[in-house]
Write a new protein. Structure first.
Length: 70
């Protein structure tokens, strides 16, 4: 990931954190969640986790992530 991206929740419009570590072969292991506890309609989808090259490729990412930057 060369460029910096900022992630916000599509539902509650609160900032999200994203952490990752290298995974064997298939990209990175990601965890994305609210920076602060929030009353959010997408809470049942959080934390957003999985293995992908970029966070936008995670399951349910389209329902949760609003991306700025990159």
């Amino acid at each position: 990931m060369k460029d910096r991206s900022f992630y916000w929740c599509c539902s509650c419009r609160q900032p999200l954190y994203a952490t990752s570590s290298l995974a064997a072969r298939a990209g990175r292991d990601w965890e994305i969640d609210h920076q602060q506890p929030a009353d959010c309609p997408n809470e049942h989808l959080m934390p957003l986790t999985g293995t992908a090259t970029i966070p936008e490729d995670l399951p349910n990412a389209a329902r949760v992530l609003r991306v700025f930057g990159s």
